[in-house]
Design a protein around this ligand. Sequence first.
Ligand code: ADP
Ligand code: MG
Length: 207
Amino acid sequence: MALITVSGYPSSGKTRRAGQLKTAFEARLQDPTYVGPKLKVVVLSDDELNISRDAYKGAFVFGFDLWPETDVLADSRSEKPARGALFTAMQRQMGTDTILIVDALNYIKGFRYQMYCAARELKLRVCTVYAVATTDLCKEWNKSRLDGHAYTEETLDNLLLRYEEPSSMVRWDSPLFTIPWIDAEIPADDIWKAITEGNVKPPNAGT
Ligand code: ADP
Ligand code: MG
């Protein structure tokens, strides 16, 4: 029914936001006053797919010695299969009775575009939730993680460099909800509206 893509720096609070969203939506769906289709809320995350944090380590591609500025940071070889596994799992979970929340880095524009296309093909509604925290906070939170999913310093730095910020100007990232770390709550009602209403008909539709 809908695909919600969560994106953000490593250890920026994506899983926390995905959890808040799931809780809010389930409360709404279970409320006796709820009228609407029966829906389930599914969170799909990197953590559950057992994709190692090291898959995102990245790699340096060296240019010519004379022109060190041609060195670029690139995907490591393990990143494509990691994205492939996430994409396959996502396609398996998408459906008309499901609100699917994809809680992963989703740091590559082209990958978010690919997910958007897959969702639209099934006529699902889409939206993007951008969990924002400063790089310093991400590093601090990464160090103090208790869930065993901390990134190494190297992987974290690398991902911070390669992160491609979502933009409300492109259709595959919109509608975009940007949620800064200082916000205790998420705008769950607005996000609900974005995926359930607002399928605005063009003015002359059906006449
Ligand atoms: P991600 O899924 O982006 O890697 P998590 O949601 O797992 O991030 O959060 C990483 C760590 O940072 C966790 O230990 C979490 O408790 C902490 N954290 C996340 N958001 C905040 C916040 N707004 N304030 C304080 N700590 C936070
Ligand atoms: Mg997470």
